[in-house]
Design a protein around this ligand. Structure first.
Ligand code: GCV
Length: 718
């Protein structure tokens, strides 16, 4: 009878898992019931008992997570306090809290992990089979626990475990571009999750869930506010709120950081200047920093956007980035804080190719920044385009720590409507060879410090999180938060393995679901490049909000804010000549890379128009003219979205109805918008090419004037 009930219960759980509404709130931590009976039995046998070593808040979280995950995945047969067992035990705790017996089983493993690393190992003792999850710190144990649960979630055997893993990058951080009024710059998933008005007394449970999700992928820092900073965040009124959030995040291993507005000494400090060499300014930052650390002893430090897009900075006082960064670095140094100084700088007073402007402001100063400064560089030299060649600063500053800034939110990639799996894009940059120390000097090696032997390493991701119930405005885009976190932990991971893992954790282990949907994800970024900016085109989005196509925009006050600046289409051809005959941006790369970019025969056609202005009848490798090839690429992008829809429509039986329908509707919008992109861009460029659309490209259903007349005054995120 008892057995019968158990089976009935198990059946109910499976049944409900599939049918109950799933709003996506639980992200990749679904902990779905393990339907495979023999695997479930293997897990139940191995996990008869849980034994905790240590009692910190972090260890309590680890314990809670294990119980939550295992009860959900194994159903009522799992009980952490069962007495009816053979003594097979899961032991978890940091090295300092383990018994000598257990430590002996681990040999040299502790020397192979760093402070945040973990070990998961099976061993037998006195006829009993145990699994140990440990690390040098409690947070290492928590990471180990999440990774152990992942093994079960992805239906792996846990019989002979020997996993030793550590993060390869130290600062793995989310950047929120969240404003104090709860709007989010370039945010497409609702308002900010930080409810500043009700903080510090009201602690939304979502803050804990946020910390939990981040810890589960190894993210260990968060910058709470926009890089276009408001100095008020540094006032006691707000610091009290920041402190409350820091207290929630601490046991999850997440440090809080803030953006520092360079002119804060004037705006909230009552000083007449923010000159970084002024004694009062130096003192103001020292005192402000002390005040912050009094409240938040593990405060991480500051991010600064200076002298870029109208933000104040040291150049306002004829000083340079070194002066600015070192001012703040000196203030936080006594507390082990760091300064993430952004290299996203370009000026309205400088007529040089925008892609070239950051390099001379930083590279010649290599070695002059203080040890606790890390320069935060976007993946490409313009601005988070669907495809950008890697930024020439990577690998170019051997004496200065450099961190990556990826954008997870999809400012230039269809907002949160378009399903675009970004780890493929991240992987492309991370694997790009800078040749700074010969072949194999890939960007990932500059980031993990191995290329130039750097101690301070980091990766930042501009968050796509808002207060939408599913966090990211589209359940599929949770994959980009997840994937970013995984790559910050290990920048050598493949996008393919991340897609596989995320789909299993989030939806299903069924091969009939995984294989087609994985393929759909892995092709999605190339599809977006095709229907938005094929062959190296870039920054032709509509102006300001960046929603939809706007290659015709030419009326903005700053030249480099106009799409026509980037595509340079004329009757002769299209593309930005950045070779030695043009802006010579290529000279900022190592010669091996520059030679490839300069040479029409060697450059990848994917980057063609980024670096070359070529005639409309230029012949591509496939023998087609540039115009025909471009038109066909736009069509290919549209067709790729159509095939994403076909794939998804076949997945109904594997996904709960809520997420299935949600994604289906969004894909249909994406299809409409892909066609909009194709038609608008081709009609516009056709004025210059004067050539007919090749066979295979659908005819536009609207006129160019129609597309040009569209306005979106309330497009989100602007
Ligand atoms: C936060 C782009 C975006 C801005 C953003 C800026 C930056 O220009 O459009 O919204 O500002 O990048 O990264 O600082």
């Amino acid at each position: 009878m008892f057995k019968k009930n158990i089976f009935f219960l198990a059946f109910l759980i499976v049944f409900c898992n599939n049918l109950l509404a799933n709003d996506g709130y639980h992200l990749w931590l679904q902990y779905s019931y393990v339907e495979n009976a023999s695997l479930r039995q293997e897990y139940l046998t191995a996990l008869e008992k849980l034994s905790t070593s240590g009692n910190s808040e972090t260890i309590k979280i680890a314990s809670k997570e294990l119980n939550r995950g295992l009860s959900s995945m194994l159903g009522p047969e799992f009980s952490s306090t069962s007495t009816n067992n053979n003594g097979n035990t899961l032991i978890f705790g940091a090295k300092a809290n383990l018994s000598e017996d257990v430590i002996l089983q681990l040999g040299n493993a502790f020397n192979e992990i760093n402070e945040e690393g973990y070990i998961i190992k099976s061993y037998s003792l006195k006829g009993k089979n145990h699994i140990i999850i440990t690390g040098n710190s409690d947070i290492g144990v928590l990471y180990g626990v999440y990774n152990f649960l992942k093994l079960l979630q992805t239906n792996k055997s846990i019989e002979k475990l020997n996993i030793i893993d550590s993060p390869k990058i130290k600062v793995r951080i989310l950047n929120h571009w969240d404003n104090l009024d709860r709007t989010v710059e370039r945010g497409y998933a609702g308002f900010s999750i930080w409810d500043w008005h009700r903080l510090p007394d009201y602690l939304d449970p979502r803050y804990t869930d946020y910390a939990r999700a981040n810890a589960s992928v190894g993210i260990n820092g968060t910058v709470l506010n926009n890089v276009n900073a408001n100095a008020l965040i540094l006032t006691p009124q707000y610091l009290e709120k920041v402190e409350a959030l820091a207290n929630v995040f601490r046991p999850y291993g997440i440090k809080v950081y803030l953006t520092a507005r360079f002119s804060a000494p004037i705006e909230i400090g009552g000083l007449k200047t923010a000159d970084p060499l002024d004694a009062d300014v130096i003192n103001w930052w020292k005192e402000k920093t002390k005040e912050i650390y009094n409240r938040i002893p593990d405060f991480g430090g500051f991010v600064v956007k200076a002298n870029s897009e109208g933000q104040p900075g040291p150049q306002d006082y004829d000083r340079n980035h070194v002066d600015g960064a070192n001012l703040l670095a000196t203030a936080v140094a006594p507390f082990n804080g760091i300064i993430m100084w952004r290299a996203f700088v370009y000026s309205e007073h400088d007529t040089t190719d925008r892609a070239k402007q950051a390099y001379p402001e930083f590279v010649p100063y290599d070695g002059q920044f203080k040890d606790n400064v890390i320069i935060q560089v976007k993946n490409g030299a313009i601005d988070f385009q669907p495809r950008e060649p890697f930024h020439p600063m990577f690998g170019a500053m051997p004496k200065t720590p450099i961190m990556m800034e990826f954008q997870i939110t999809q400012e230039y990639l269809g907002f949160s409507t378009h399903t675009i799996f970004l780890p493929t894009m991240y992987e492309e940059t991370l694997q790009a060879d800078t040749y700074r120390k010969g072949k194999g000097s890939i960007v990932a090696k500059d980031l993990d410090g191995t290329l130039h032997n750097k101690r301070l390493t980091g990766m930042a991701g501009v968050s796509n999180i808002g207060n939408d119930i599913n966090w990211t405005g589209n359940p599929m885009l949770q994959a980009n938060w997840y994937g970013y976190g995984r790559l910050a932990w290990d920048p050598y991971l493949s996008a393919e393995s991340i897609a596989d893992e995320w789909l299993r954790l989030t939806f299903s282990n069924n091969k009939k679901f995984i294989e087609p949907v994985k393929e759909m994800l892995l092709n999605s970024r190339e599809a977006a490049v095709n229907y938005m900016t094929p062959l190296g085109l870039h920054h032709i989005m509509d102006t300001g909000h960046h929603y939809g196509p706007g290659p015709w925009v030419s009326n903005l006050s700053r030249p480099e804010w106009n799409p026509i600046y980037y595509h340079k289409a004329d009757s002769l051809g299209i593309g930005f000549d950045r070779t030695s005959t043009g802006s010579n941006a290529t000279e900022q790369y190592a010669p091996e890379v520059a030679n490839v970019f300069n040479d029409l025969n060697s450059i990848s056609e994917k980057n063609l128009l980024w670096f070359h202005h070529v005639p409309w009848d230029y012949k591509l490798k496939n023998g087609k003219t540039l115009w025909d090839a471009m038109a066909l690429k736009y069509q290919e992008g549209v067709d790729q979205v159509a095939s994403m829809i076909t794939t998804w429509n076949q997945m109904e039986s594997y996904v709960d109805a809520e997420r299935y329908n949600n994604i289906k509707m969004l894909l249909n919008i994406q299809y409409k918008e892909a066609k909009w992109w194709r038609d608008a861009c081709l009609l516009y460029f056709q004025q210059y090419s004067n050539m007919p659309l090749p066979e295979g490209v659908e005819k536009p259903t609207q006129t160019l004037e129609y597309f040009q007349s569209l306005e979106f005054p309330f497009a989100p995120g602007n």
